[in-house]
Design a protein around this ligand. Structure first.
Ligand code: PGA
Length: 258
């Protein structure tokens, strides 16, 4: 089965609205001469406050080469949840994907596996695609519990989801020790963990679902690492933080995945 590669830029808490517009336009400019069908699925995830502006820039361009994601959501539809955004609100702002369970959200904002599961269900119910993050800490890696920890995160995140919903979802394997540190996980090791995740999906569902789900690597992905990462059997793309903040480096990563 051939899976369409995905390159997603997680802007984290960066960029005021004008900077978000400039970066969005810059990325589209860099990708202007590329054939849309040859490109991977290219996704940008600005902050909540820049989603409207970035979406407008994408629509004004109309090239359809770049899609919009949010970095978080709340699982309830509406109500007295001060400070939160529902999936429907994010869809209304043009989002087609939502990142959930990022290690920074787990660490600083108390996001649990149960919340990730509830968010995944709400996202899929609205017809959007969850980008479900998982990953081990350095202590977990050194203690030899990486596979156990990741398998547990994935099993809990996917609880009660249908096979067809899982098949269209995206998982991002991001070893916490590789995020923002410049220490990229060795490609063969990232591929081994990602193949293990695919095997977990196969055990929970079936071979077809495991073959369909896209599983990305994240953690210090740079223009000079992407080719080797994409050459691996099970790595379907990248979730990019730091290197997604300039149009040039993000576009180089996108082109490296073609
Ligand atoms: P990084 O971040 O590319 O800056 O390591 C990746 C991420 O947190 O998604």
């Amino acid at each position: 089965m051939s899976r369409k590669p995905v390159i997603a830029g997680n802007w984290k808490m960066h960029n005021l609205q004008q900077a978000a517009i400039d970066l969005t336009n810059g990325i589209m400019q860099e990708l202007k001469s590329e054939d849309k069908n040859a490109l991977p699925e290219v996704i940008i995830a600005p902050t909540f406050t820049s989603l409207y502006a970035a979406n407008k820039a994408l629509r004004d361009c109309g090239c359809g080469k770049v899609r919009l994601a949010a970095q978080n959501c709340y699982f309830e539809e509406k109500g007295a949840f001060t400070g939160e955004c529902s999936v429907q609100m994010l869809k209304d702002t043009g989002c087609e994907y939502i990142i959930i369970g990022h290690s920074e959200r787990r660490e600083y904002f108390g996001e649990t596996d149960e919340m990730v599961n509830k968010k995944a269900k709400s996202i899929l119910a609205e017809g959007l695609v969850p980008i479900i993050c998982c990953g081990e800490s350095l202590a977990q890696r050194e203690a030899g519990v990486t596979d156990y920890h990741i398998a547990s995160q994935i099993t809990k995140a996917l609880r009660d989801l249908s096979a067809s919903d899982v098949a269209k979802s995206i998982i991002a394997y991001e070893p916490i020790w590789a995020i923002g540190t410049g220490k990229t996980c060795d490609s063969t090791e990232a591929n081994r963990v990602i193949a293990m995740i695919r095997n977990v999906v196969k055990g929970l569902y079936d071979a077809n679902t495991a073959d369909s789900i896209r599983i990305l690597y994240g953690g210090s992905v740079k223009p000079n690492t992407i080719k080797e990462q994409m050459a691996q059997s099970d790595i379907d793309g990248a979730l990019v933080g730091g290197a997604s903040l300039t149009a040039d480096s993000f576009a180089q990563i996108v082109k490296g995945a073609m």
